[in-house]
Ligand binder design. Structure first.
Ligand code: KIV
Length: 516
């Protein structure tokens, strides 16, 4: 059976979307999870874009054991050299270089002729080949390019040594029929096409990214570029979970295999949601909260008789456990360990004991503990070393004002307290945190969602802060108390902000910031 190469660009195209920047530690977490899931190629970043990007590509190259690690590079000598330098520690590396081929880009943006572009392709792909024998070349805006010129450009790239040729639908303009025909045209017309893998990279501006990618593999493409949850520029990119489950579920139409362990999909989706603060909609295919929920009576009746009546894939196949065995305060270590393992977590004995203790604390407050609660508990379990920690929070709120937050934080080991009023309990809490941890970042997003059902469900809060120089950090927090979850999320974002700033320069002198 032919293999489809899964090329994940969550850390490059995904991270390029507004407000979704990730710090180094977060990128390493995502890269490790992608590697464990079986992604073939991880596009770790764009090494030339900034020192931070270079550092992350370099650190991911060092860390990753199985996947090929890739850096993007414009068709410029300095970019390609920087990508090669960042990728040096990788066990397997790929340089991905690109240039536009559409007349609209060449005329208005780059002011280059067709012949000039062909020369640049020859030189830059050739240069990249000096560093690695795994070189991908992309024709930016391929779907709006003249077809015969695109064929010439692809032929030139392959002659110069490209082992993968990517045909991006950069502006999300293609439809499945015409994208499929374009791939077929290249396969039929480019004389040396059999020497390279044809790749797809589809933006989702018309909501067709997944359909376009699937049409491409039916017509000869063998690599799909995609991102977790479909994040990416503008309306996003092809969602990895969608193309992978389509191939798995509709083998009759897509007779291919890929290396992805689909039982990791739910967990990695949640990880990316919690890091980026971008929650997927409840009806999102594969990973949305309702993707496996059956509400109508007729559907429920069918499901009870035989799940295949209304379910085309099983919840277990994407990493949701089907079992109705809900954990609670009487559950012991054995049941908890089994559930943790079933959810795909591989944690050592000490981490397990800590997690078990937190599980018991949560179970004392919340009757039923669902898989989502355990995932939130384990994914959020990395804050023990954080420079700012929440010690306690007491709120006065309700119809009789003023709403007041009395908060105690441990800041770099020192206990500090503040009592501050606000317009409601969240505002009071955030004001109190700001009084103790002054900063200049502005709150750009505050979002609350319930992790499970019921009035005792844990709230998950996402907070996004923007620095005065236009960078973003995301923080998350989960608790059965929405105000506590909000405080945890805000503190989490502030800790990331401190890490970001201390990497570049020490924190500015403490002064109250302007939160919007
Ligand atoms: O959308 C695009 O064209 C890209 C390429 C660099 C692959 O992101």
């Amino acid at each position: 059976m032919e293999r489809i190469i899964i090329f994940d660009t969550t850390l490059r195209d995904g991270e390029q979307s507004p407000g979704m920047s990730m710090n180094l530690e977060e990128k390493l977490l995502v890269a490790e999870a992608l590697d464990a899931m079986g992604v073939d190629v991880i596009e770790a970043g764009f090494a030339m874009a900034s020192n931070g990007d270079f550092e992350s590509v370099h650190a991911i190259a060092k860390l990753i054991k199985n996947s090929v690690v890739c850096s993007l590079a414009r068709a410029k000598t300095a970019d390609i050299e920087r990508a090669a330098e960042a990728l040096k520690p990788a066990k397997q590396s790929r340089i991905h270089t690109f240039i536009s081929t559409s007349d609209i880009h060449l005329k208005y943006q780059f002011r280059l002729t067709h012949d000039e572009v062909l020369t640049i392709i020859k030189d830059t792909v050739g240069l990249a080949r000096n560093y690695t024998d795994n070189v991908e070349w992309s024709a930016m805006d391929a779907t709006r390019s003249d077809r015969d010129y695109l064929c010439k450009a692809v032929e030139t790239a392959i002659k110069a040594g490209a082992t993968t040729v990517n045909i991006p639908d950069t502006v999300g303009y293609a439809t499945p029929d015409d994208y499929g025909l374009l791939i077929k045209y290249l396969k039929d017309k480019v004389p040396n096409i059999d020497k390279a893998v044809i790749s797809t990279h589809c933006q989702n501006d018309l909501g067709l990214a997944t359909a376009n990618s699937l049409a491409a593999i039916r017509n000869g493409a063998r690599q799909i570029e995609c991102t977790i949850n479909g994040i990416g520029e503008r309306a996003g990119n092809t969602a990895l979970e969608e193309v992978v489950m389509a191939i798995k579920t509709r083998h009759d139409i897509y007779p291919f295999e890929c290396n992805i362990d689909t039982t990791h999909l739910t967990r990695i989706s949640r990880l990316v949601q919690s890091i980026t603060g971008a929650s997927v909609q409840v009806n999102k295919a594969i990973v949305g909260a309702n993707a496996f929920a059956h509400e109508s009576g007729i559907h429920q009746d069918g499901m009870l008789k035989f799940a295949g009546t209304y379910e085309i894939m099983t919840p277990e196949s994407v990493g949701l456990s089907k079992s109705n065995l809900v954990l609670g305060k009487h559950s012991g270590r054995h049941a908890f360990r089994e559930r943790v393992q079933a959810l795909g977590f591989d944690i050592g004995d000490n981490a397990f004991e800590e997690a078990f203790h937190k599980f018991k604390t949560l179970a004392d407050k919340k009757k039923d503990i669902y898989d989502e609660d355990i995932i939130a508990l384990l994914d959020g379990d990395t804050r023990a070393e954080a420079p700012v920690q929440l010690e306690s929070l007491h709120i006065t709120c309700g119809t009789v004002g003023p709403q007041t937050a009395m908060i105690t934080l441990r800041i770099n080991g020192e206990v500090r307290r503040a009592t501050v009023e606000g317009n409601g309990p969240i505002d009071a809490t955030f004001n109190a945190i700001m009084a103790l941890v002054p900063h200049e970042a502005i709150l750009k997003l505050y979002q609350v969602s319930a992790i499970t059902q019921g009035t005792d469900a844990q709230a998950e809060v996402n907070v996004r802060l923007e620095t005065p120089d236009g960078r973003f950090v995301n923080g998350t927090g989960a608790s059965i108390d929405t105000v506590v979850a909000s405080a945890l999320a805000y503190i989490n974002a502030l800790c990331k902000l401190q890490t970001l700033q201390s990497r570049e320069n020490p924190l500015p002198a403490a002064q109250a910031g302007g939160r919007k």
